[in-house]
Design a protein around this ligand. Sequence first.
Ligand code: UT7
Length: 322
Amino acid sequence: MIRSIVRGTGAYLPERIVTNAEMATLVDTSDEWIVARTGITQRHIAADGEMTSDLAIAAAKAALADAQVHADDVDMIVMATATPDDTFPATATVVQAALGIERGFAFDMQAVCSGFVYAVATADNFIKAGQVKTALVIGAETFSRILDWEDRTTAVLFGDGAGALVLQAGEGEGTTDDRGVLTSHLHSDGRYRDKLYVDGGPSRGTVGHLRMEGREVFRHAVVNIADVIDEALDATGLSAADIDWFVPHQANRRILDATAKRIGLPPEKVVMTVGQHANTSAASVPLALDVARRDGRIKQNDMVLLEAMGGGFTWGSALVRW
Ligand code: UT7
């Protein structure tokens, strides 16, 4: 059977780092509160005029170089973002043009923090259907642009960044020994829209700001993430002991610790970047993947578990043999 095999990763973070101490000069907060409640110590913030596409292009170029794949070989770009450059066209097409790609197709995917898992699942299905051989899967965000910088309950939590993966069709036997995306599971439940949303958009006539009932999101996140991980393990017959690396959406250290404990994974198998990057929404999983691959933790044939949960609510998981 056809499998979608990871050929390379890339990432980009804006130069400017904003520490918790600097945040405390903007809103009524403290380094102690932010670290204790979230594990975040700093975040990267895009420069004036630096767009989501700029971050995405840098991450995409790094991923193509890492994969040793030429841009002309890319059949599909799927870019997860809730912070596109413009209302339209899709920011993925801006990336396509910047990479000099004149064939194939590119589109944005909107599932907020779950966007990258949605994008991996989408690319995997195009590849398995035989319609695409090489896919560039990107998560890129400039959440700093939709934060209410006077709201301490949300402003301290998010950062900007981008990550990318190159997926390519390869042959597998249909077993969990195959390299590639082994399974993916997506969910949404729109009844929870008002727990995490932006109070603006093209149809409302404003850009709006992020609004969140943090405690409610936290409560649902722990349950939904555990359920969707169980789904991935059940679908493959694997158990927590088979997981080499857990690369979750990086929203809050306490959620990641609770999830790892619940599924029986030791802390050393959890890739944790929330401390340095904060919550970068759809970029958080590919950023963490790139960190763990480049520092030598994730190696070929390792079993990698991805998950995310975000606005909608949306949530999902994927198991990938690297
Ligand atoms: O990426 C999408 C998924 N998003 C998430 O998963 C986020 C999930 N939620 C969370 O991570 C946590 O709920 C937060 C980090 C957002 C908040 O942590 P919490 O332990 O749930 O705190 P809380 O909202 O219950 O607030 C506790 C107290 C409140 O004061 P009172 O009412 O107890 O007097 C807040 O006003 O902390 C106060 N507070 C702050 N204090 C200092 C809220 N934000 C801050 C702040 N600095 N930045």
